[in-house]
Design a binder for this molecule. Structure first.
Ligand SMILES: [Cu+2]
Length: 459
């Protein structure tokens, strides 16, 4: 009998004990006349002593994030989550009134160990009912948190109790499962990290966790629009759009894991890491055997899923990591604009200026120069792309961050920009280099046929 099957069979009797507890609390608060279903008392505990950070696991790093604190009562890890309205900043310059947990959007990351007994009190301070669903977790049906199906929804002012034993390890999530479209769009999501009780696989030195989401915050508005279906204008890692995203800081030679979850409303995200080949080591249903792990440079993280990747950080530098859907690299107002690339405004600007003083046609060479030239943006909004980089303007926003690998780290903070060793960086070609290699920049550009029947002629 494996440990998992042992836990599973013992857990069947424990589910009743958990119901009993929940029933008592709910009884006292909300339903004095409802009959409380009495379940047989548990015959034995199906959980282990609480796993402790440092001793039993190395805590995950959540860039821009927080963790949910806990205490131990009678061998059980006890948490308290408060669903409430939260003012959240997506990037410097844009804030919105969201819904989250414990003052955070997304909610704080939950971190536990396989075999832990966990007890979550959930207090609802929202004006609407809510529930918490523990996404990807193996648990008793009555603890699964689907409003109406598995439990009464938690009314405003009520506190409900969820209790179960962690019977797996890997990366899960949590989110509201009442009026999902509204409540998840407003931010009621979080990560649920479960460490193995004993080490599995190669030791990981840095263990990062990112949760992806997408939002519609109209320029100037203060409330994300939960009704949006396609035109999201803030694409986020841990609820931050670049340049609000913290870098992932790594020392050269370390083994790195990056856990990624996706609770966007409508979009899967292919996350691409530069400079490395990584392995996809885990889905939300657990680890992938080493023989079945895929080498990749991009990992597709579908909505409602998690994926973990691992690599050894042998190459120092500032390596971009971003969603490869290019519209997910734009911030507000990067969408739905007329195409004016290549347009010669001629006398148009002067004519429009008689009506709109200061008018200037923009975008004839694309979007890249728009933020850099300081295009004014409406109140409570941000430029559609980027931030100043070391060498130039970084023409990406949204779901973009940087993995900063350094030969030697002096602290855990942002080490600044990477200094490329001389001779290892792209710079403008000199006339000596051009003449050495016979490159005439004014020559007609050439291409050659690439198929046997090819008759492509150009130059
Ligand atoms: Cu994306």
């Amino acid at each position: 009998m494996t440990r998992r099957s042992m836990l599973a069979s013992a857990g069947a009797t424990l589910a009743g004990g958990a119901l009993l507890l929940r029933g008592n609390v709910a009884h006292a608060q909300s339903a004095p006349s409802a009959p409380v279903r009495r379940a047989p008392a548990p015959t034995r505990r199906d959980w282990l002593v609480p796993g402790m950070p440092g001793r039993d696991y190395r805590p995950v790093i959540v860039p821009n994030g927080t963790k949910l604190p806990w205490k131990i009562v009678g061998g059980v890890k006890v948490f308290h989550m408060v669903a409430e309205e939260v003012e959240h900043e997506f990037a410097p310059g844009i804030k919105a009134n969201c819904w989250g947990y414990n003052g955070q959007v997304h909610g704080p990351t939950i971190e536990v160990v396989e075999g832990d007994r966990v007890r979550f009190y959930v207090t609802n301070r929202l004006p609407a009912p809510t529930t918490v669903h523990w996404h990807g977790l193996i648990l008793p049906n009555g603890m699964d948190g689907v409003g109406g199906l598995n439990q009464k929804s938690i009314a405003p002012g009520e506190t409900y109790l969820y209790e179960f034993t962690i019977r797996q390890h890997g990366t899960g999530m949590y989110h509201s499962h009442h009026d999902e479209m509204t409540q998840m769009a407003l931010g009621m999501v979080g990560l649920f990290i479960m460490h193995p009780r004993r080490p599995v696989g190669p030791r990981v030195d840095r263990d990062f966790a990112l949760l992806m989401h997408e939002w519609k915050v109209e320029p100037g508005a203060r409330r994300p629009d939960p009704n949006e279906m396609t035109d999201f204008n803030l694409l986020t890692f841990n609820a931050k759009a670049f340049p609000g995203t913290e870098p992932l800081v790594v020392q050269q030679g370390e083994r790195v894991r990056i856990r990624m979850g996706n609770l966007s409303a409508m979009d899967h995200h292919p996350i691409h890491l530069h400079g490395y080949h990584f392995r996809i080591t885990e889905t939300d249903a657990g680890p992938i055997p080493a023989s079945a792990q895929w080498p990749e440079t991009t990992v597709l993280v579908p909505v409602g899923s998690t994926r973990s990747i691992e690599f050894v950080a042998d190459a120092p530098g500032d390596w971009a990591m971003h969603c490869h859907m290019t519209h997910h690299l734009m911030n507000q107002m990067g969408h739905d604009l007329p195409v004016v690339i290549g347009v010669n405004p001629g006398g148009l600007d002067a004519k429009v200026r008689t009506l709109l003083p200061g008018y200037m046609t923009m975008g004839q060479t694309g979007m890249g120069d728009m933020a850099e030239m300081g295009m004014p943006v409406p109140k409570n909004s941000i430029p559609m792309v980027g931030a100043k980089g070391k060498y130039d303007y970084i023409t990406m926003g949204g779901m973009f961050t940087v993995v900063k690998v350094r030969e030697r780290l002096t602290g855990d903070g942002d080490p600044g920009w990477y200094d490329n060793p001389p001779g290892t960086q792209s710079v403008a070609a000199t006339s000596e280099e051009l003449s050495r290699d016979g490159i005439d920049v004014n020559a007609v550009p050439r291409a050659e046929p690439a198929s046997p029947g090819g008759h492509h002629k150009h130059g």
